[in-house]
Design a protein around this ligand. Structure first.
Ligand code: CP
Length: 308
C-alpha cells in the first residue's frame, strides 16, 4: 500500500486487487457476528475532516473506523474555526498536535488532500476533492461490480452523465481500466472535460447504442451546484438523451446491473423505477462502502493482514 490513498490513479493492479480481496476477507470475518467489530485499530485515532457536505462517505468512514475499534473524531468546517478564517494548514497542524493517525479529507478544492499529506505525519485518505478524484467510491464500485460480474477483465462498463464535474467518473475510469474493464463514457458534449480523449475510455454520445449488451451502467449525478450557466436546455431534454429508464436498462446484458454513487436526482438521470428496480445495486454500493473503507483504513494503519 502507498502511505496515503489520494487517487485511484495511483493504484496499480496488484494493490487494487489486494484492497478488494482484503475487503472480502473483512466481510467474511464479521459475517454472522453478533458484534460486528474487529479490535484491529484499538488505540488509533481517525479524523474525518469534511469541508464539503456528505452523507454516505462521512458516515461510511465513521462506521468503518468504529468497526475496526479506532477512536473517531468528526470535524466539519461548519461550526469549526474554519468559519473564522483558519487555514487548511493550521487545521492540519492542530490535528497533527492531537495525534491523528489517519485523516480522511473531503474538500471542494482539487488537490487539498494531497496538500494535507505534506503537513501531517499520519495517513491521508481522499474522501473526494473537487472535480479531481474519489478513490474509495471507485473501490466500492469495483468491489460491487466484481461481486456481481465475477471479475472485471474485459467487462463492458458504461458511465453516463455529468463527467465534467465528476470526481467519481475520473476515479472509476482509472481504476476500472487498471482492473481490466472496458469503459465507455456517455455524456452530452458540454458535460465532457477538455482532454477526455486522453482518458483510457471510449467516448460516445449515443446512450442506447452504448448500453446494448453492456455488463453494467453507472449513472452520474448531474451536479447542478457546480454549474454556472446552461450545460443542457432543460432537465426534461437531459433525461430524454441521457437519463436511464426501464427501456434503456433492458438493453443491458441479461444480468447487467445499475449503479449510482448517490445522491441521486430521481427523475432526471435515473427514474425511480430503475433506481429501486431488480437490477439496481445502489443500496448494496452503500453497504459495500463500509467494508471497502474498513479495508483501506486497515491496510494503511496496520500494514499487515495477520489480525484478520
Ligand atoms: N457518493 C458520495 O460521495 O456521496 P456523499 O456525497 O453523500 O458522500
Amino acid at each position: 500500500m502507498p502511505r496515503h490513498l489520494l487517487a485511484a490513479g495511483d493504484l496499480d493492479r496488484p494493490t487494487a486487487e489486494h484492497l478488494l480481496d482484503t475487503a472480502a476477507r473483512i466481510e467474511q470475518a464479521i459475517a454472522g457476528r453478533e458484534v460486528r467489530k474487529l479490535p484491529t485499530l484499538r488505540g488509533r485515532t481517525v479524523v474525518n475532516l469534511f469541508f464539503e457536505d456528505s452523507t454516505r462517505t462521512r458516515i461510511s468512514f465513521e462506521l468503518a473506523a468504529k468497526r475496526l475499534s479506532a477512536d473517531v473524531i468528526n470535524f466539519s468546517a461548519k461550526g469549526s474555526s474554519v468559519s473564522k478564517g483558519e487555514s487548511l494548514k493550521d487545521t492540519a497542524w492542530t490535528l497533527q498536535a492531537m495525534g491523528a493517525d489517519a485523516v480522511v479529507c473531503r474538500h471542494s478544492s482539487s488537490g487539498a488532500p494531497q496538500q494535507l499529506s505534506a503537513w501531517v505525519d499520519g495517513h491521508v485518505v481522499n474522501a473526494g476533492d473537487g472535480t479531481h478524484e474519489h478513490p474509495t467510491q471507485a473501490l466500492l464500485d469495483a468491489y460491487t461490480l466484481r461481486r456481481h460480474l465475477g471479475g472485471l477483465q474485459d467487462r463492458r462498463i458504461v458511465i453516463v452523465g455529468d463527467v465534467l464535474h465528476s470526481r467519481v467518473a475520473r476515479s472509476n475510469v482509472l481504476l476500472l481500466r487498471t482492473l481490466g474493464a472496458d469503459v465507455t463514457l456517455v455524456a452530452p458534449p458540454t458535460l465532457l472535460p477538455v482532454g477526455v480523449s486522453d482518458w483510457p475510455a471510449t467516448v460516445s454520445y449515443d446512450l442506447d447504442r452504448a448500453l446494448v449488451g453492456a455488463d453494467a451502467v453507472m449513472m452520474l449525478r448531474v451536479q447542478q451546484e457546480r454549474m454556472q450557466g446552461a450545460f443542457f436546455p432543460t432537465a426534461r431534454e437531459y433525461s430524454r438523451g441521457y437519463g436511464l429508464d426501464g427501456r434503456r436498462r433492458d438493453l443491458l446484458a441479461p444480468n447487467g446491473i445499475v449503479l449510482h454513487p448517490g445522491p441521486m436526482n430521481r427523475g432526471m438521470e435515473i427514474t425511480p423505477q430503475v433506481a429501486d428496480g431488480a437490477n439496481s445495486v445502489i443500496v448494496e454500493q452503500v453497504t459495500n462502502g463500509v467494508t471497502v473503507r474498513m479495508a483501506v483504513l486497515y491496510l494503511l494503519l496496520s500494514g499487515s493482514e495477520g489480525a484478520l
